[in-house]
Design a protein around this ligand. Sequence first.
Ligand code: AMP
Length: 295
Amino acid sequence: MTSGIPIFRTVASLRKWRQSLPHDSTIGFVPTMGALHEGHLSLVTASKAENSHTVVSIFVNPSQFAPHEDLDAYPRTFDHDLSKLGENGGVDALFAPTITEMYPSGITLEVEKQKGAFVSVLGLSEQLEGKTRPNFFRGVATVVTKLFNVVDADRAYFGQKDIQQTVVLKRMVKDLLMRVEIRVLPIIREDTGLAMSSRNVYLGEEVRDNSKKIYESLLQGKKIYEAGEKRAQTIIETVKSGLNDELFKIDYVSIADKEELQELETINENGAILSIAVYVTEGDRTTRLIDNIIL
Ligand code: AMP
């Protein structure tokens, strides 16, 4: 590839590069699973604006996938990712390690057979996404800890798209006394309003177009909230009624507080997170989409 972006495949080589930087360097870090789109690039752009050096990682992390999930099917588009980063003005380092580098003792997706060190953020990982994906945030917190240990960043950039992830990781950084600052950036959307996601490539054109209803429903919920409705259940019902279509199977619509992710009955002056997860099915393929909006 001719992107000119230095690619590091091992922990040792990335560390060596990191240590060669001037002492007053500031490092911005954007962890991704690849299949890069404008959402990822918005994080890269923010990092470049705020730091002297930017590191992007591409690693499809096995430990955040359950055995029945789409680890093998997850889109892997390395050359395309490299060109996207190049078109966006490049980055200082691309860390794309192998599974063995990141899990030197090995990793199985079967949680009961896993051994060794993992990171759990209790009280924030079990609800919402954690209900259908019970070990997801343990996998995320574990791999992000490993990546932070390698990159030694000053700031790390995450999207509001995965809002529970940002709450979990902020708590992890606080409780484990990590030095990195977590920066959260807004959701980048398709022209239709559908939140960009690497998994959108799974969607056929018609379903993709119809999926704009997810964001439209959230906006409808926000609208009645701003008009004075503070009862969570009423707002949730409004969101659900916008998705009353056989295409969608709602996993959850939630109104939760911003720090503890506890379900609210009434929204007070602190506001709330209105979030949603839906399954869209076409043929024999089902895709799970998430989105959220701050109230
Ligand atoms: P992923 O590659 O899906 O693990 O995402 C890597 C990072 O990009 C995470 O911090 C995501 O929250 C963020 N991200 C994904 N989609 C979007 C989006 N549509 N807008 C902003 N950030 C996003």
